[in-house]
Unconditional design. Structure first.
Length: 160
């Protein structure tokens, strides 16, 4: 009784801490997008082991999260982490949760293919649900990069 697994897009972050919530903002906007058939989009909040059941049920997971990596705020990078050590050194306020989840998936031998989009932010001290203008301005770029990845992995049909 094998069921076809699809792709999960999981936005991580604390919505109440400004730019730190970039992953959640992107996930919320992707949920309103048309043409994402076969893709599940989830607001993963601040991560943690409660997300393990989501991750282990998909072959491909796209994570979106903020990072304090010293790059210019708004820098977007895609990382293909295979192990917990492959995550950037400062994955914001929920660093340990994501790394622990990856370790748990490896121990359970249920590690999906993961693509991690990280957005460099300046600080996690900011309070409020609004993104700063420079981070708000790159949200459409993150969405385009995710859709391009989905097309490349043949989850979405190419636009002709």
């Amino acid at each position: 009784m094998s069921q076809q697994k699809s792709t999960l897009i999981l936005g991580i972050g604390n919505y109440l801490m400004g730019d730190e919530g970039i992953g959640v903002h992107v996930a919320n906007r992707l949920e309103r997008e048309d043409g994402l058939d076969g893709v599940e989009v989830i607001d993963g909040g601040t991560g943690g082991f409660h997300l393990l059941s989501y991750l282990e049920n998909f072959d491909h997971v796209i994570l979106i999260d903020a990072t304090l990596d010293g790059n210019k705020p708004g820098t977007i990078r895609m990382i293909k982490p295979k192990f917990a050590k492959d995550f950037p050194p400062a994955m914001s306020t929920h660093d340990i949760g994501l790394k622990d989840m990856v370790s748990a998936l490896q121990l359970l031998d249920k590690m999906p293919e993961i693509d991690l989009f990280v957005v460099s932010i300046e600080s996690i001290q900011q309070q409020g649900i609004e993104l700063t203008p420079e981070i708000e301005a790159i949200v459409p770029d993150v969405i385009v990069q995710i859709k391009n990845l989905l097309k490349k992995t043949q989850v979405l049909e190419p636009v002709l």
